[in-house]
Every structure is written in C-alpha cells, then in structure tokens.
Design a protein around this ligand. Structure first.
Ligand SMILES: [Ca+2]
Length: 266
C-alpha cells in the first residue's frame, strides 16, 4: 500500500465520520440520546386542594384555575377558587364516563374521557356543551395545547398532536428519557415551548422537547406532600398548571389535600 493510498483511505474514513455526525444531528434518535438534567421541586406556596378530587386535568385560563377529576360516577369539571380549594362553578359527568385531561384553546374547553373514546367540548365562558369528537385512540389521558394544536397522551410513550377542529392526528412524538422510551405519560402542560408531563405512578415530572420527544430534564417531586398529610387514600402526583399571568407553575396529586406553587432547583 502506497503513502498516497493510505492518505486517500484516511480521507474517506474522515469523510464518512463527518457525514455520519451530520446525519445523526438531523436524526431524532440522536436527539433522543440526550441525558436529562435533574432538578428538585421546591414548594413556594401551598393552597388547599379538594381531597376528593381524583385530579386528571389542571390548567389556567385567563388567570383562573380549572380542574377535571376522574373515576366512574365521580367525574367532574370545576372552576377552582385557588385560595379556598373549593369550586366556584362545576358540573358532573354521567356515571359511564371517566373524565381525563382537559385544556382550553380558542375558548373551547376540551375534556378527554379515559376509554369511552369521547372528547367533550364546551364553551369555557358558559360551560355549555358545544360538540363532541370521537377519540381515534383507545385511551385518553392528558391534554394540553401549544396554542395551535391539542397535545394528548394515552398512557404510552407517545404524545399526539391533534387538530382542534376535527380531533384528527396531525403528528406524534415518541418520548425518550436518557434514550429509553418513557411510558405512562399522564397529565401535560405546555410551558414556554416545552411539554411538562407527569408519569403515572412516578414522583417526578419530565420536561420534553416537543420536536424530538427527548426529555431535557426531570424534576424530583417526591418531597412535595409531607408524610404527615398523606393518608391511605392519598394517590399519585398528577396535575401541572402554568399561569402565564404570573409566570408560575402549580402542581398537585390525586386526592391530595394541597396544591403547590413550585420552583425547580438543582
Ligand atoms: Ca395541565
């Protein structure tokens, strides 16, 4: 082998590596191998929360907190007095519906049902029914919006971007934590260009890149609700709401006696 041929071979190898890196940068698989930053949830302020609410959806609209709650025979939607933890206005669902995530987009309130495949739509100002959609997926879990599309979880590692006019799928991402698929994505909140998600039965929240599905960070929330406030009925962490009016984030859990305004620290 001549010196020239070695150089040519080396050049080809270098080009191949450069090309591979270039391709990987475009490839979502590469993006999903990012290692998640770790944060801890800290309580900034505590509020009372209805201990009988099996929290499924939590969000702010025009500075007002709203919550949907699940379980057959107990599902409800309420406009919440955050200082008292009581309902200013509310309605219940027929026993056959298990209400899930909820969100408002363009004054339409969307509420998912778990396995009934119905998506209820109401006027958020009057809480009067507007229409219903068929959920093309077998289950509905969490719901949020980026201001254009609805973003839905179904208990898998996928997040679906849904057309608010038709409830047809417009796209999806597969969520990966440290390169591995992350299942059981539950309540959602779109916060400043990222999707925050509860993971069912886990004490942490993940922060997801909506383009690649990569988890950019995870926040440990296991110390939020003190042991002294837990009973045999206390269920899992669930419910994230962002209030753009004060730039603050609120979280709670199913049958939790408290709702917390939180900050993340390293
Ligand atoms: Ca939410």
């Amino acid at each position: 082998m001549t010196v020239k041929s070695i150089n040519t071979l080396s050049l080809i190898k270098i080009l191949a590596v450069v090309l591979a890196i270039g391709i990987n940068c475009q490839n979502p698989t590469f993006a999903q191998s990012v290692k998640a930053q770790r944060y801890v949830c800290r309580v900034v302020e505590s509020f009372p929360h209805d201990v009988n609410s099996y929290t499924q959806g939590l969000f702010f609209h025009n500075g007002q907190l709203y919550e949907s709650a699940g379980q057959y025979g107990k599902s409800s939607f309420r406009k919440v007095d955050i200082k008292k933890g009581t309902a200013l206005q509310s309605f219940s669902f027929p026993d056959k519906y298990f209400a899930e995530g909820s969100v408002v987009l363009d004054n339409n309130l969307y509420i998912l049902t778990w396995m009934e495949r119905v998506v209820f739509v109401y006027d958020i100002n009057t809480l009067k029914p507007v229409k219903q959609f068929f959920n093309p997926f077998a289950e509905g879990w969490g719901l949020t919006t980026d201001g254009k599309q609805l973003i839905m979880s179904d208990g898998s590692s996928n997040l679906y971007f849904m057309d608010p006019q038709t409830f047809a799928e417009k796209g999806r991402i597969k969520v990966k934590l440290n390169g591995k698929e992350l299942n059981q994505l539950n309540e959602l909140e779109y916060i400043k260009g990222e999707i925050w998600a509860n993971v069912y039965q886990e004490d942490y929240i993940v922060i997801i890149n909506p383009k690649t599905g990569a988890v950019r960070a995870m926040a440990d929330c296991k110390n939020l609700l003190p042991g002294s406030m837990r009973t045999t009925k206390t269920d899992v962490l669930n419910g994230i709401a962002y209030n753009p009016q004060n730039d603050q984030i609120y979280v709670t859990g199913k049958y939790w006696p408290k709702l917390f305004r939180i900050s993340l620290t390293k």
